[in-house]
Design a protein around this ligand. Sequence first.
Ligand SMILES: Cc1cc2nc3c(=O)[nH]c(=O)nc-3n(C[C@H](O)[C@H](O)[C@H](O)COP(=O)(O)O)c2cc1C
Ligand SMILES: [Mn+2]
Length: 462
Amino acid sequence: MTQDLRRFLETIEARRPELVLRVKREVSAKWELSAVQKRLEADGKLPIIVFEKVAGYSMPVVVNLFASKEHLAIALDTTADRVVTRFAEAQKKRVSIPPREVASGPVKDVILTGKDATLDALPIVTHCEKDAGPYLTAGMTIVRDPETRALNGGIYRNLRLTKQSLTMNMAPLCHASTIVQKAEDAGVHVDAAIVLGHHPTMGMASQQRGELGEFELETMGGLLGEPVEVVPAETVDVLVPADAEIVIEGRIRTDLWHDDGPFGDYWLYYAPSKPARVFELTAITHRREPIFHDIFPVGPEHLVLFSLGMEGVVLSRLKELVPQVTAINVPVSGSGNLVYVQIRKEMEGLGVNAALAALGAYRFKCAIVVDEDVNIYDDQRVLWAVMTRTQADQSFFTVPGSYISRVDPTGYPPWHSGKGGAPILSTRLGIDATKPLDPDFPEVAEPPRELWAGLDLNDYLK
Ligand SMILES: Cc1cc2nc3c(=O)[nH]c(=O)nc-3n(C[C@H](O)[C@H](O)[C@H](O)COP(=O)(O)O)c2cc1C
Ligand SMILES: [Mn+2]
């Protein structure tokens, strides 16, 4: 048996009980569950929350699995500052381990097919006030490429349409979109399975930026250090993890679209309604007493997870271009558009070079480069460096007319299209917030570092 969601929850509750909160009071899946999560976040608290009673449903709901790098670190049995490096290694396929097919597993404890296969028992959450309805936000959808037969997994949000249909909202350039387009060209539908609830490495692996044809469960195996056990789905031609909580099987229709949206998304604004593909259920299989997994799409967990995929590739690319890069962080505060880059500044000019390279390595709107003495996991320290180590006319540079995202609410049209073009361009900003190498630059004032940095407070506070 592979590691799974249950074992992860047990581990984290045993090792770091303060990171898990169990809510015993009954909550509604419509808004109330997300309201509790939002209230806690507003108070600076991001525990994993298990809602034990959801009105009208028998399944508990778990959220905030990915809310901080600390949670990911526990899942990878490492420290928060090592998470990106570990992920980058797995992503570069140095440690990927292919899944192992087994005859059966807990995900087959209950098998529902035909008209029994409905979404009615699933506490699908409605998150934001103006969302179009309840959305599955944590399902990893596995599809098979009709041409190469390779499998692919990724998270694409699903709006509940009827008891047996959902949308499958795939961005135009993702692998799944490419695969579904191939099937449409061949005039066939796409066998698919939405996998809900597994060890957090499944979510992490779903965000790998690999090549088409590289199966995400190989990366999951690499992150776990053991093969992910998989079983054939009941009604469609894909393999699914044997230890998942819930699997929703069905077909992505290549001839059918439905409006999807508005939906509160990771820019923390509503994404407007747009047509998405339709997914029709053929079966549901699940463990006994399954746990339902949800991701709050306007909470840190969406951004922490989504950013991990970028951080992995950006770190690898950047180190090739600027070997003095020591670490990067895509902070939640930037909604995926900001990157902090830490460098060992060996010569003047390296800060600007690193900012240029970081902006080139991914579609970031802003790159801020700091020295090794600045904690890039702390927005306050980075802002401090910007305010005490830069001059706007010297240390900032901007590049207009670049493509970041279609959903940048401040995007503008290309200059040659007048007001008529799509507003899809943004201006990029690089900030070199490294201090000059000048030996007369003031020293940071603090008590002797060896006294406070490793200080064990238990010696003083008990
Ligand atoms: C919580 C979460 C929700 C996401 N929702 C979507 C989505 O609705 N549509 C989409 O195209 N990508 C979404 N993504 C990003 C994709 O999962 C990601 O780009 C993935 O790598 C795509 O895999 P693929 O290229 O193999 O298809 C989401 C990511 C996260 C973490
Ligand atoms: Mn892929």
